[in-house]
Design a binder for this molecule. Structure first.
Ligand code: MG
Length: 441
């Protein structure tokens, strides 16, 4: 091989190599030039301008969610349609644009949706008579709702992405309950473990309840503080029947409103001294034991025992001890509430057992003072609660019950029901019971 031949071969080789070196095609351009896209989880379209003097081929390696199309009118417009990413993980697709001799790769990184579940409230308190409440739930994931049996979801339960308002209804609170508490639990379905269940505390407060004042009397055969009027109140199946008690000097607890009956001072007399006493319907003076026997025979209506202020602290303490002994020995502690105008009597009842339900009658102590002294509630006159109209809500916020006496007109029933008292003590228990029934429908 001579010099010329060698030179020619090298030249051919060089030319051949030169032909294989890819020169960028000046007619094949894509704008914008950045071929890596970071996109959000939502759906959307991305556009490029492509210029080429040759026919273009386009493809996607994930055509299920990343779909490139070229304009029908010219080859200049490339649209890439990107579907929403419902998954929590990010994902990547590559769109290839080729003019037959060279290719450009557009890489699309799409982030996943952040799983989200939130409820607008973590607790709900339903006041008197409220029978439904609503919750707004924001979520992009599926979840189930677990409910106590006394709360129902109103209408169909439908999950959908985004925000949804749920309305729940409540069944009536049983008469024997002042309130009840439950939990709604929203549990994610098929979500990553970091998405926690959410709970909403629900408290249902009872509607105003009826207490018959000195039994259900107001007719000749049913005198106040008699077994007959007590039985008539029990037959109404209301919350409670109030009665007034004194202790005789030989330790018998008897019913009467005043300190004397038929001219006999009760606390200075023996039970035998009272044996001739007759009420207007012919009954002997009732004993607390006789009333407890009636209450034990049913499990619905409670005794609200008012221990009257006696002439001496010694007699008050004897009365407290005797009443507690009767209640405990008869096993009716859960069927009895206590009230008194005497702070000494109330303190004795609370000291005996802090769980005794003791309410103060005299109207001269603010709710926070009662709370500090271990009272269960206040039981104040309608005039005291009208002139201290904030006390009922303060009492309730402190966890105390509120009772009002003695309320006998429709206007006052409405006033105190609206105020939110737990109990109304009335001489017209049937009338009030019927009024409350209309409110709860
Ligand atoms: Mg009384």
């Amino acid at each position: 091989m001579n010099y010329h031949t060698t030179f020619s071969l090298l030249l051919i080789l060089l030319l051949a190599c030169g032909k294989e070196t890819v020169e960028p095609d000046p007619f094949f351009t894509i704008q914008p030039a950045s071929l890596t896209l970071q996109v959000e989880a939502g759906s959307g379209n991305k556009f490029f301008t492509v210029k080429s003097d040759k026919s273009l081929l386009i493809s996607s390696d994930h055509p299920n969610w990343c779909i490139p199309t070229l304009s029908n009118v010219s080859f200049d417009n490339l649209k890439i349609a990107i579907s929403a990413n419902e998954m929590f993980e990010g994902r990547t697709a590559v769109v290839t644009v080729s003019n037959g001799t060279e290719s450009r790769h557009i890489t699309i990184h799409q982030s996943g949706k952040q799983p989200q579940l939130s409820v607008d409230r973590s607790n709900v308190t339903l006041q008197h008579g409220e029978a439904q409440f609503s919750l707004s739930v924001t979520s992009n994931i599926r979840y189930t709702v677990e409910l106590p049996e006394w709360i129902q979801l109103k209408g169909e339960y439908l999950w959908q992405e985004g925000k949804q308002l749920y309305t729940f209804t409540l069944s009536a609170l049983p008469d024997e309950l002042l309130y009840r508490e439950g939990v709604l639990t929203f549990t994610p379905v098929d979500a990553p473990s970091e998405v926690m269940s959410l709970s909403v505390q629900v408290m249902q407060k009872g509607f105003t309840k009826v207490i018959a004042h000195r039994g259900y009397w107001r007719t000749p055969d049913y005198p106040q503080n008699s077994l007959a009027s007590l039985q008539r109140a029990l037959d109404l199946e209301i919350y409670g029947s109030e009665l007034d008690v004194w202790i005789t000097n030989d330790g018998v607890v008897v019913l009467n409103h005043d300190a004397t009956i038929s001219g006999i001072n009760i606390e200075n007399s023996s039970y035998a001294d009272l044996k001739e006493v007759r009420l207007s319907n012919g009954e002997p003076i009732p004993t607390l034991q006789g009333c407890i026997d009636r209450v034990k025979a049913q499990r619905k209506t409670r005794l609200v025992i008012e221990i009257k202020p006696h002439a001496t602290t010694v007699n008050e303490n004897r009365a407290v001890a005797a009443v507690l002994e009767l209640v405990n020995n008869n096993g009716v502690t859960d069927q009895v509430d206590y009230i008194s105008f005497s702070q000494n009597i109330c303190k004795g009842l609370i000291a005996n057992n802090p769980r005794n339900r003791v309410a103060y009658l005299n109207g001269n102590l603010a709710p926070d003072v009662l709370k500090a002294q271990g009272y269960w509630g206040l039981d104040y006159s309608s005039s005291v609660l009208k002139s201290n109209s904030g006390w009922v809500q303060v009492a309730k916020s402190l966890g105390l019950t509120a009772n009002v006496w003695t309320v006998n007109t429709t206007a006052d029933y409405d006033y105190f029901i609206t105020m939110g008292v737990d109990f109304i003590t009335t001489d017209n228990p049937l009338e009030l019971k019927q009024l409350l029934a209309t409110y709860q429908k």
